[in-house]
Write a protein that binds this ligand. Structure first.
Ligand SMILES: [Zn+2]
Length: 373
C-alpha cells in the first residue's frame, strides 16, 4: 500500500508540474471578486442586463461591423518571449477569421449546426493611433527582469511590477503576451458596469498566434479567440458553476463538462438527461478542445457579445483608432452569405481533411479553398 501511495504521489506531483491549464478565467474572476467587491456586485447583474438588451435592442443581421482596436503588449525576459510582429499579426488574422467566420476550417462544423453558426460582425485591428494621438503599430515591447508572471498578482499589467500599464481600456482591447506561470494558457476579464482597472486579456507566449514560438496543439490562435470570447461575456458551454450548467445562450446544447483533445462527432449524445443525439458542441471556441478542433461561435453567442459591447464596451462602436477610419462601416447591401461548401465531386459531407473545397455564396460567386489540416 505504501508503495502504491508513493507512486500515486509521484504521479500527482509530476502531473501538476507539467499540466497545462486551458483557461483560467474562472479563477481570475474569483481573484477579481476579492480584489474589487464592486466587480462581483456588477457582474451579478450582467446576465439580466444582457438578456434584457437582446430582447429589446438586438438586430441579428445588422450588416454593420464593429472593429475593436487592439494593443498587444509583449512583455519579455528571454528572447523567445519577445515574439515577432509577424507572430502578433498572425493572431489578429485568426481573431478576424474566427469572429467573421472566414476561418478555413468552417467546413469541419457538423451539418447539424451549420444553420446556427455566426459571423459575429465583430473584427479587430492593431491600433494605428496610440492614447496620445501618435501613430503606432499597436504593439508595445517591454523588457522585464521577471522570469514569469502569475495570475494571482497580474504583474504584467503594471509598469511598477515589471510589466506595462494598460492603454485606456475603454478604447482599446489590451492583450498582454508573456510567460505565464502555472502552465496557464490564458485568462480574461469578463465585462460589467464596474470600471475594472485590470481589464484585458493575458495569453502565454507559446499559445499566441500561429507562428514563431507557438506549441502544438495550441498553435492555431484559438486560446486568444476563446479568451476574447470571455472578454465579450461568453461563458463556457458547460456553465461557469458546474456540470450540466447554463452558458446563458439558448442555441448551444447543454453540456456536462469540458472536452479536451479532439473527440469524434457525435460525442456524449443524450448527456445531462437530454435527448440531444448530436451531443456536445465540442468544436465551439468556448470548449477546451485542441486549437485544430475548434471552428465556431453560434448566433446566440454573437447576440451576447454584441450586447456586451453595447452595454459595457460602447466606446468600440465608434472611434478613429484603426487607420483613422471610423469603425462603424456599413457593409454593402449585397454583402454575400455563404450558402454551401462542397468538395470537387459536389459532396457536402466530405471527411477528407486535405482537399480542395468550393465555397458557394448567395450572390452566385464561388471561391476555391484548400484545406490543410
Ligand atoms: Zn475559458
Amino acid at each position: 500500500m505504501r508503495f502504491n501511495f508513493f507512486l500515486s504521489f509521484i504521479f500527482t506531483v509530476s502531473f501538476t508540474s507539467f499540466a497545462q491549464e486551458r483557461c483560467s478565467t474562472i479563477e481570475h474572476i474569483e481573484i477579481l471578486n476579492h480584489k474589487h467587491p464592486q466587480y462581483k456586485q456588477q457582474r451579478e447583474k450582467v446576465n439580466f442586463e444582457s438578456k434584457n438588451w437582446i430582447e429589446n435592442h438586438y438586430i441579428s443581421n445588422s450588416k454593420s461591423i464593429i472593429t475593436i482596436p487592439v494593443v498587444v503588449h509583449v512583455v519579455w525576459n528571454t528572447s523567445a518571449e519577445n515574439i515577432t510582429d509577424q507572430q502578433v499579426i498572425s493572431q489578429i488574422d485568426v481573431l478576424n477569421a474566427d469572429f467573421r467566420r472566414t476561418n478555413i476550417d468552417a467546413i469541419m462544423t457538423p451539418n447539424v449546426w451549420q444553420g446556427i453558426v455566426a459571423d459575429t460582425e465583430i473584427d479587430f485591428c492593431l491600433a494605428t493611433v496610440d492614447p496620445n494621438g501618435a501613430p503606432t503599430t499597436g504593439i508595445t515591447r517591454t523588457q522585464t527582469s521577471q522570469t514569469s508572471f502569475s495570475i494571482q498578482t497580474d504583474n504584467m499589467k503594471s509598469n511598477a511590477s515589471g510589466g506595462i500599464d494598460s492603454w485606456d481600456k475603454d478604447k482599446y482591447l489590451n492583450i498582454w503576451v508573456c510567460d505565464l506561470s502555472g502552465g496557464i494558457l490564458g485568462y480574461a476579464t469578463p465585462p460589467s458596469s464596474f470600471n475594472n482597472p485590470d481589464d484585458g486579456v493575458v495569453i502565454g507566449y507559446r499559445y499566441f498566434g500561429t507562428t514563431g514560438s507557438v506549441q502544438a496543439p495550441y498553435n492555431k490562435g484559438r486560446t486568444c479567440t476563446h479568451e476574447v470570447g470571455h472578454w465579450l461575456n461568453l461563458d463556457h458551454l458547460w456553465g461557469n458553476g458546474g456540470n450540466c450548467g447554463n452558458d446563458n445562450v439558448n442555441d448551444t446544447p447543454t453540456q456536462e463538462e469540458e472536452n479536451y483533445n479532439c473527440p469524434a462527432f457525435p460525442h456524449n449524445a443524450n448527456s445531462c438527461g437530454t435527448s440531444n443525439s448530436s451531443g456536445d458542441m465540442f468544436m465551439n471556441y468556448m470548449d477546451y478542445t485542441n486549437d485544430g478542433c475548434m471552428n465556431l461561435f453560434t448566433q446566440g453567442q454573437k447576440a451576447r457579445m454584441i450586447s456586451a459591447i453595447n452595454l459595457y464596451r460602447s466606446d468600440f462602436l465608434s472611434h478613429n483608432l484603426c487607420n483613422n477610419i471610423t469603425s462603424f462601416n456599413e457593409l454593402p447591401t449585397n454583402s454575400r452569405k455563404l450558402i454551401k461548401v462542397i468538395d470537387i465531386l459536389g459532396r457536402e459531407n466530405s471527411s477528407n481533411s486535405q482537399a480542395i473545397y468550393l465555397y458557394i455564396y448567395d450572390d452566385n460567386t464561388v471561391e476555391k479553398k484548400i484545406i490543410l489540416k
